[in-house]
Design a protein around this ligand. Structure first.
Ligand code: C5P
Length: 289
């Protein structure tokens, strides 16, 4: 039996533009995505000689074949046409779930990376990306990392220059949002907010943090803020504490603020942690994955 570990990093959507429904039931989107240092720890025992098993230290996470990490291991060995002779997965969760941070996708990507390394890299990056896209729309990005423009349903990736170094304060309010329900609600909206993706790309090419922070935006945010006005108070608090920009990530409910100084981000965290879960992290570059 071999034990392998792999960190699983959370993503943020610097921009998330939902462009419309597709015939396959998904939505066409355009998003500038960023990997962060906020991470789960994935530990795998390969070749246990026992039934497959998954343990997780956080409540409410499936611990069977419904877990995306389990599915990733299954799909990997099915593709290889090999029986690993028993796998045991342990997930140490730090990324909050139902936050829009891609926690489940990050775990699945970590499993693919770890198993491919363990087996001596039998699958190319291209083959891994194909498996990742089958598992979920955000999994390919979690395999790639850095700063990327995501198109299609999220799986068509083009690299962008790494965002300038900064600190993120991620704030997860009590309430959670169902992603499919939010997409369905957006379809009923007369007008949808569209962030300026191209301006964000330009800001990244210029390497200007202030501009990057100025072009944050998410098509879902006005909808979620209307139902949960508490989001506005979190936003205001982060701005008061010196955030250069604030936005919701993915389908929420977490908001993140961009700070150029750690002590300001820490100050905002102290103020907000009384009522919400808060997480301090930084941008992760592609080569850090
Ligand atoms: O791909 P993933 O399983 O993460 O997507 C979860 C749900 O989010 C889908 O079942 C779908 O309802 C919605 N979705 C969508 N368009 C996307 C991505 C996700 O409608 N581009």
């Amino acid at each position: 039996m071999t034990t392998i570990t792999q960190p699983a990093y959370a993503k943020l959507n610097l921009t998330l533009d939902i462009l419309g429904q597709r015939p396959d039931g998904y939505h066409e989107l355009r998003s500038v995505m960023q990997l962060t240092s906020l991470s789960d720890e994935v530990e795998l025992d390969v070749g246990t000689g026992e039934d497959w098993k998954l343990e997780c230290d956080a409540p409410g996470i499936p611990t069977d074949g419904a877990n995306l990490a389990w599915k990733a291991a299954g799909l990997f060995y099915q593709t290889l046409g090999k029986d690993p002779q028993g796998i045991s997965i342990r997930l140490q969760k730090r990324i909050p779930s139902q936050a829009g941070l891609g926690g489940g996708s990050a775990d699945a990507a970590a499993v693919l990376l770890a198993l491919n390394r363990h087996e001596g890299q039998p699958l190319s990056q291209r083959q891994l990306l194909k498996l990742a896209a089958k598992l979920g729309s955000d999994v390919p990005f979690c395999l790639t990392g850095g700063t990327q423009l995501a198109a299609g349903r999220g799986e068509v990736l083009s690299p962008l220059p790494d965002m300038p170094d900064c600190f993120f304060l991620v704030v997860k309010p009590e309430f959670s949002v169902s992603t499919p329900e939010l997409y369905a609600a957006l379809d009923q909206e007369a007008e949808v907010f569209h962030p300026q993706t191209e301006a964000m790309e330009r800001a990244l090419r210029q390497g200007e943090l202030l501009q990057v922070a100025g072009y944050l935006g998410n098509s879902f945010e006005p909808l979620v803020a209307r139902k949960h006005p508490g989001l506005l108070a979190i936003r205001a608090m982060m701005e008061d504490c010196g955030a250069l920009g604030v936005a919701m990530t993915g389908s929420g409910s977490a908001l993140f603020g961009i700070f150029d100084a750690f002590d300001m981000a820490a100050m905002a965290s102290m103020k907000l942690m009384e009522h919400h879960q808060t997480f301090l992290c930084r941008n992760l570059k592609a080569e850090e994955l």
